[in-house]
Design a protein around this ligand. Sequence first.
Ligand code: MG
Length: 456
Amino acid sequence: MRKRLFGTNGIRGVVNETLTPQLALRVAEAIGTFFNSGEILLGYDGRTSSPALASAVASGLAATSCTVYLAGMAPTPAIQYAVKNHRFDGGVIITASHNPPEYNGIKVLGNDGVEISRSQEIEIEEIFFEEKQKRAEWNKIGEIRKLPNIIEEYIEAIKKHVDVEKIREKQFKVVVDPGNGVGGLAAPRLLRELGCKVFTINANIDGTFPSRPSEPRPENLGDLAAIVRALNADFGVAYDGDADRAIFVDETGVIHWGDRTFALIEKEFLKQNPGETIVTPVSSSTLIKDVAEAYNGKVVWTKVGSVDVSHKMKEINAKLGGEENGGVFYAPHQPVRDGAMTTALILEILAKTGRKLSELLNELPKYFIEKDKVECPENLKEKVLEVLYEELERENLKFDTIDGAKIWFSDCSILVRPSGTEPIFRLYAEAKTREKALELIKEYKEKLSQIIAKVT
Ligand code: MG
């Protein structure tokens, strides 16, 4: 197996264990060589290690004669937007998104602000492992400059994509929970400019994430839900550490998982843009398909991973994409996950429909989701999938093979997917009743175990 630096979301590791400033510098020399003396924007999230790693990356990029522009601390989507807006050749973000505080990572962006493709990652890995870094002569070292104001420009850009007047008229009351991440730098300001009365919790940037884990999940947003209710707010919104994902709490204090808010955005989008294609990973809820069918849209499924969604959207020129974890991609702004843009879209929907968030979300079809896993040695995964496909074909079942096997039944579905990081298969079943979802899980766990026993 070839050596790899990049995982599903850039290069990630525990700081000063698997990800040291030294490694960051060497990786940056490979990135700089890949960009061939280009102009590169560099920014970072609020983690304690981010400034140190960013300095190392700046040095490596400059050493390979790139001109480095420092954006400083900012939400990931703000840095992505700035790369496109200022026509840089590429960008680098120091972030580990929603991972625990001891982690950090390096994300590489192309000239449109979207993460580079898998094949470009391999090019960088080749430069790195074969030590083909092109260090410049002493008089060709790149300059390191500052680029101020990217957050202001980002906020202005988002406002161009929603009906600002209509939102302002409503004077919404919103509670924002950035979870001590960089979301606090953009969203509260954007919402105030949209005429909202904004309350914040956990808005001080603290890379130790003292208030809640940096991944917003229903089980850790209780404080936000309680404050939304106590203040009689229209809704609450929580961001992950680098603010590309948004999870919403309705005015009654109910926390909704990302596929439901994505489906709401999808519905209103398709009403305005019938016939459009929606891009989403195979792990997303059937809800996305139901809404597309009901409102004259098409769904294109991708592998699990935001980079796959972004690249598919670019390839087929799709305007809207989304993930179940709260990542919404709105391409008229940029085809990447963007927490503040997502919040503006929800505000616009509330303003235009004049209805409560709970009402809008509760009228969407309801599904029960059950998850489980089956252990399987890494070297057997491929063979197991092959046999599973053969069996599904023999049984005449309808299934997709985009990422594992997604098997469609008339009123339920199950995804059986090899994990990219652990020696397991993950199972996600979805049905109209909890019993049916559990039944599906049981059936496919058995099937998978039998296949694994057979091929061992
Ligand atoms: Mg993130």
